[in-house]
Design a protein around this ligand. Structure first.
Ligand code: HEC
Length: 509
C-alpha cells in the first residue's frame, strides 16, 4: 500500500466518511476499513465471547479451532485432516496438524511455505499443492500422508498483474481436472487495460492451454461446483459508491463464454450510472445473477457441502462467508449463510451470525472448508481464527421442514381476508400505481425467487391479496425477510408495488 494513502487514512481516522474516487463513502469503522486495506486485525476472542455473541442455526455448535493466526484467508484440507491456510500479508501458507487426542482443536502449527507474493487461493490435488499468488500460480509437491512438501516450487502461470484494488487470485481444481483461476478487477468500476482482470480462465494442471471462461466478473473470490450436476457457481462483490443498498452482491452460475455484466451492468442487468452508453449488444448478452446478496455484504469463500452428517435440509447446499461491509453507514453482512437449492430457487438462511453486533465487529469470515468427518471450518482474517462448526443436536426446524414438505398441498388452502382500502388509494391513482408497480416487478428479479413458491405460502405473491393488507405488504417491502433484498423503495414505489401485487393476485385466473 502507498504510504500517502496510509497517512491519509490515519488523518481521517476519526471521521465516519472517507473520500474515495472523488466521492464520500460512509465507513463502518476505521478498524474494519483498516482490515480491508492492510489485513490487520484484532486478537482472537475468547470462546466465552463467541458463546455470548454468535447465533448458530439449530443444532450446531462452534469453537475456536485455531487462534492467533493473523490474516487467515483461504483454506485447503489434506486427506489426513491437516488444515492449510493462506496468509497474503505474511506471504505464507500455514499448516495446522490435527491433534491426535482432541479433534476439536488444532495441533502443531508450522509455516509450510513462505516468501510468496500475497498468496490467496490454495488447492491440494493429486500430490501437489497449488497456490494462487497475486502475480503467478505455482505448485509444489505435497505429500498428504506426512503433510510435507518436497522438491522445488514450480511457476505454472506467470506475469499476472497485481496492481489496483483486487490483486488476490483465487484458484481451484475443477471436476474436469483443470485449474481454474479468478482474477478481480483493478478498480471499483472502469474499463480494464489488462483484459484478464475481472475474468475467470482455466488451464491444464501444468499451466498450459489458457482458456478464457467468463468475463464481467468484478471480484469472484469464491467459486465451487454443485456436486449434483457440476454446475459452476461463484460469488461476486458488487461495486461501491452507489449508496448503502445498491447494487447487490451476486452469486453467478458461471458458464463458458458468458459475460456477467461488470462494469456496465449491476445486479439483474441494470445499467451502471457511470456507463449510461453501454453497448446495446452487451445488455442482451449479460447474464443476471442466480441469486443476489444485499449490497456491500462482500461474499468471499463458497463451498458446496456434503450433507451426510447434517440434517436433510442441507442437501444441495453451499455455505458462503459474508466478509461484511466496510463502506455502509450501518454495517451488514458479517455472517456465514447457507444457500439452499430447492425447487428451482436459491434460498439463503443464516448459519452463523453475530460477528458484528451494534457496529461492534469481532470477526470477518473469509472461507469455508469441510473435513472428511463432516466438520465445517471457517477462517476469519480479522480475528485471526479458524472456527470449527459441527452439527450435534436435535433439530426442530428439520422436523418442521419435513412435515410441511410431506403435507398435501391442499392443506394450505386459505380463507381470504377482507381487504381494507387505504386512504391514499383512490379511483384516480389506482391505474397509475398499478402500472408503476408492474414496471418495477418487470425490472427487478422479483419473480426469480417468487415464481416457484408453494401456493399460499408467504413467498407466493399470486395469493398475496387474499393474505395481506396493503399496509402489511408495504411493511414487508421496508423490512424484507432475508434473502429478499432491501431495495429501499420510495414511498410511492412501495404503494405502487402493494397495489400491483394485490390487484394482480385478485385477477380472475
Ligand atoms: C432473493 C429472493 C427474492 C427476491 C429477488 C425478491 N423476494 Fe420478495 N421475498 C423473498 C422471501 C424469501 C420472502 C419471505 C417469504 C417468507 O416470509 O416465507 C419474500 C417476501 C416478500 C413479500 C412479503 C410476502 C408476505 O406475504 O409476507 C413481498 C410483498 C415481496 N417479497 C415482494 C417482492 C418484490 C416486489 C420483489 C421484487 C422487487 C421481491 N419480493 C424480490 C425473496 C425474494
Amino acid at each position: 500500500m502507498k504510504k500517502w494513502l496510509l497517512l491519509f487514512i490515519l488523518l481521517l481516522a476519526l471521521t465516519p466518511v472517507i473520500i474515495i474516487g472523488g466521492g464520500l463513502v460512509p465507513i463502518t469503522s476505521v478498524a474494519v476499513l483498516w482490515n480491508t486495506l492492510t489485513g490487520s486485525g484484532i486478537d482472537t476472542p475468547q470462546q466465552q465471547v463467541l458463546d455470548q455473541r454468535f447465533q448458530l442455526a439449530d443444532g450446531f455448535s462452534l469453537n475456536v479451532y485455531a487462534g492467533d493466526l493473523p490474516n487467515a484467508r483461504f483454506m485447503a484440507i489434506s486427506e489426513h485432516q491437516a488444515i492449510l491456510v493462506s496468509r497474503p500479508h505474511q506471504g505464507d501458507v500455514v499448516l495446522i496438524q490435527p491433534d491426535q487426542q482432541n479433534k476439536t482443536v488444532g495441533g502443531q502449527r508450522d509455516i509450510l511455505i513462505q516468501g510468496l507474493t500475497r498468496p490467496s487461493g490454495i488447492a491440494i490435488h493429486q500430490g501437489w499443492l497449488y497456490i494462487g499468488e497475486a502475480n503467478r500460480i505455482g505448485r509444489i509437491a505435497f505429500d498428504s500422508a506426512t503433510a510435507s512438501t518436497s522438491g522445488d516450487y514450480q511457476t505454472l502461470v506467470s506475469g499476472l498483474t497485481d496492481d489496483g484494488n483486487h490483486p488476490y487470485k483465487q484458484i481451484k481444481i475443477g471436476p474436469d481436472g483443470m485449474l481454474y483461476l479468478s482474477q478481480g478487477s483493478t478498480c471499483n468500476v472502469c474499463l480494464e487495460e489488462d483484459s484478464r482482470r475481472a475474468t475467470m480462465s482455466r488451464y491444464q494442471l501444468d499451466g498450459s492451454g489458457e482458456q478464457l471462461i467468463a468475463t464481467g466478473l468484478r471480484n469472484t473470490m469464491g467459486f465451487d461446483w454443485a456436486p449434483w450436476n457440476n454446475a459452476l457457481y461463484g460469488t461476486d462483490n458488487g461495486r461501491d459508491m452507489l449508496g448503502d443498498d445498491y447494487p447487490p452482491c451476486e452469486l453467478n452460475l458461471i458458464e463458458a463464454g458468458q459475460f456477467y455484466g461488470w462494469p456496465y451492468f449491476n445486479g439483474a442487468n441494470q445499467a451502471d450510472p457511470d456507463f449510461p452508453e453501454a453497448p446495446k449488444a452487451l445488455a442482451s448478452s449479460a447474464q443476471p445473477p442466480a441469486f443476489e446478496f444485499p449490497a456491500h455484504n462482500a461474499p468471499l469463500g463458497m463451498t458446496f457441502i456434503d450433507a451426510a452428517t447434517l440434517p436433510d435440509r442441507f442437501e444441495k447446499t453451499a455455505l458462503v462467508a459474508l466478509h461484511g461491509s466496510w463502506n455502509r453507514s450501518v454495517p451488514d453482512g458479517y455472517k456465514v449463510v447457507s444457500l439452499h437449492w430447492q425447487q428451482g430457487e436459491i434460498v439463503s438462511r443464516d448459519l452463523i451470525s453475530g460477528f458484528e453486533k451494534n457496529a461492534d465487529v469481532i470477526g470477518r469470515p473469509v472461507d469455508i472448508a469441510q473435513g472428511s468427518d463432516g466438520a465445517i471450518y471457517i477462517s476469519d482474517d480479522y480475528a485471526g481464527a479458524i472456527y470449527r462448526l459441527v452439527y450435534d443436536g436435535n433439530d426442530n426446524q428439520q422436523n418442521a421442514a419435513t412435515s410441511t414438505a410431506t403435507a398435501p398441498a391442499t392443506s394450505a388452502a386459505l380463507t381470504p381476508i377482507s381487504l381494507t382500502t387505504p386512504s391514499w388509494l383512490t379511483d384516480d391513482n389506482r391505474e397509475a400505481l398499478y402500472q408503476r408497480g408492474q414496471a418495477i416487478v418487470a425490472q427487478r428479479p422479483c419473480l426469480r425467487c417468487h415464481q416457484t413458491a408453494t401456493p399460499n405460502s408467504n413467498l407466493d405473491l399470486a395469493s398475496i391479496g387474499q393474505r395481506r393488507q396493503y399496509q402489511q405488504i408495504i411493511e414487508r417491502l421496508i423490512q424484507p425477510t432475508p434473502p429478499m433484498p432491501n431495495y429501499s423503495f420510495s414511498e410511492e414505489d412501495q404503494k405502487a408495488l402493494a397495489v400491483y401485487l394485490v390487484f394482480e393476485s385478485l385477477k380472475p385466473k
